[in-house]
Every structure is written in structure tokens, then in C-alpha cells.
Write a protein of this length. Sequence first.
Lengths: 134, 183
Amino acid sequence: MTWINKVLNSFYGFRAPSIDADADTKVEVVFPTMETQSPTVTATTAVTIKRAKTAINLGELADNVTLNATVSSDIQVGDTVMVKASSGGTAKTVTFGTGFTSPTMAGTQNKSKAMTFMYDGSTFVPVAVAVQLD
Amino acid sequence: MSTVVNKNQNAAYGFIPPDIAADADKKIEVVFPTQGIAALGSLADDAELAVVRAATVVTATITDDVTLIGALSSDLKPGDMLLLVVTATGDDFTLTLDTALGNKALEITDGDTLNVLCIFNGTNFEVFGQKGDKGDPGDDGADAVIEDNSLVPAKLQKGTDDLKTYTLKSVLGVVQWVEDVAE
């Protein structure tokens, strides 16, 4: 199937890869959708990860937070989650609970930090150290 | 068919062609983005790693210094991702990624798991980020900017002592360890 940009007269399509392991099999991928979540933050905050790319903004933390994620069966290997949180005058820590396998993201006073995770088939694991954004 | 429908939820999914002037009057194809897991098990010797999919997660335990030798498929496109989840067991070991996989030597502490994200640049993979169980520079403060009068927690290990969490404080540019909390 082909998608056409009629303004630019561009044709976009997928090409089947040449992967021996896929021979004689039907290979499907979940449609890659994305979303941003800004959950109501409490000491234990629950989110559901169900799309290929998810940006979670916890805002400025009033207290330390444990983030638990319910991982949808639609989540595929390689799907990503970005978690962002800010601290005010007192540094707050995000602890990653259910759905994650990760050290904490320690806050810095009056700074925002972000951390990115990738699904390894069973849990979201961090792919880099927390980045201070400001 | 350009639309995929979830009939349970009456949800229709489709792609939209982007507005990229450079693509005008051209046919653009991308390789169908499949994902896969490569479980290498326990490695004591150098090993070849075939990377053929848009996203690949590799799990391994190393019981000696190991070099991973990348065998890259021509199907790979820039931006494809490789996540290595590697645990060292028995001692501290070095995981070396050959030129195809990022050309980098990574020290892994005994009992730790190191996650390494590599992204394909069109020729080979490059290490984009890494995160270990402990002792990562920059993880919680070290290698980070520590502003005057700010407190920054950091996991540090002094010599052969156990890993501990410290709080670093910078006063007039001098960094002090002001707190010491056992893990």
C-alpha cells in the first residue's frame, strides 16, 4: 500500500525486509501511536503505557513519588517512555516501581529532569542517565 | 488497504504522508519496522551479534571479558535501535562493542546490569546512552552541574567500600560530601 502526498506528489510505502527468521511466517507490528500523559500525581502514581511512544510529565513534585506503570499487551520491544519531573525548593525523587526496572531519578532543587526508558520485552529499562533540562 | 481497523473498538489507524519538500516527486520506502529479542545467554568468549530488525533487544550475561561483533543487515536504516541488557557475573568484566556496534569498551561491575542503547547512523551503530545499576557518572549528580549552595545526591564508591549514596554540596566552587547514607 502507498500513501500519497498530493501536494508534493510524494509516494510513501513500506518495503518488506529480508530477514531469514521471518520466512514462511506472518509478521505483524502494532500500529505505532504516541501520546502525552500528565497524570494526577500522588505519592504513588499510576499510569498505563499502551502506545509506542509515551511522554509522561509529572510536573513539579510536591513530594517524592513512586511511579507504577501498567504495561499494555500492545507494547512491543523497543517502545519508549520518557518521564519528566521538576523539583521546587526541595529536591524530590521519582522511584520507578511496577513496569520499570530502574534506579531512581533523583531531583535537583529548582530543576527539571527527564529520563528515557525502552521496553525490553518484559519491563521498561533506562537507556540513559537522567538529563537535567534547565 | 491504507487503513487498519480495530473492529472491537471501531478505531481506524492509518499513516499520513509527511510534508517534506525534499521528497517531492519521489517514491519513498521504509523497511517494515519489526522488533525482536536476541537472548545470547551466558557468554565467556567473543560472540557475533546479527542485527536485522528496526528494534532489537539483546540480553546476555558475561562471565569473562567479551567482545560483541556486529553483523549488520542491509535492511537497517538510520535511526534503528539496538538495546543491550548485559549482566556481569563472577567478577568485573569488560563488554567491548566492535566498530559495527559502537566501538566502545564498557566496564560492568560484578552483579550489575548495564543497559546500552545504540542507534544506527547509516553505517554502524553508535552508543547513544547507557545506564547501569550503580556507579554511573552523571547518574545522580557526578558529572552533573552542581551549583553553589545546591545539594545533589550521588552514588559513589570509595575504594573497596560498599556503594553509598552521598549528598554533594558546592560552596564557592568547592564540592563537599555533606552526607553519607548507606545503601
